[in-house]
Design a protein around this ligand. Sequence first.
Ligand SMILES: [Zn+2]
Ligand SMILES: [Zn+2]
Length: 256
Amino acid sequence: MDPETIKQKFRLTADYHTHTIYSRLGPYLHGKGKVVENVAVAFGKGLREIALTDHGPSDFYGLSIRNIPQIRKDIAAAAKRFPRINILLGVEADIVDTPNGLDVTEEEFGLFDFVNAGYHYVPNSHMIQNWLSFRLPCPDSVRERLRKQNTERIIKALTSNNIYILTHPGDKAYIDTHAVAKVCEETDTLVEINARHRHPDCEELKIFAGYDVKFVISSDAHRPEKVGRYVKSLQLALSAGIDPERIINIEELRAE
Ligand SMILES: [Zn+2]
Ligand SMILES: [Zn+2]
């Protein structure tokens, strides 16, 4: 289906994965938009709901837990200006080797409205190996070991915590897509179709679609103007044969 037809037939109702200036390393801003700027774009595009989901604290550009009261204040201020859109605070936790498999502890879960989880190149040896495996010639045996470890870590993170969305599965770390799809099915975790990353791709989405999972389209916006992007992701989902009714934040516009 071409992009114009998609825009006429389907709309995005919510964006549950956006970054703000709270994803930063000191003065360097990884996310460029203020909370209110992301909210303004979401409202302008007709979304009913938006979430701010900055990177987990172990990331180079991760949020500081101590900034959460300020982020809540920013959300309250944005809610006054845009009362007709619901604003949520989430986090994109990193999957790491900790007791609960994340860089957000069980106690910290209560600070957020929900927690997403995914892989990023955080400074630990495991993720450095993943990073190198995409950039240097990588023997099959190493790739398969990483794939197994990456998959085990996702299974641990998803079975030990209540995760809302598994973000961009297959990106930044090789995975066993069947095993990941199965654990998403068992734990009721949404599979993300990400507007910013190349994975999951069409073939991987076909595998996910073979399991009893639901999908979500996310902009993963790092700039306000990218909030609410969905057309290419929906095009990809349709080409993978995914019924739009399985995508929780897509609404079909029916002709009157
Ligand atoms: Zn991410
Ligand atoms: Zn992200």
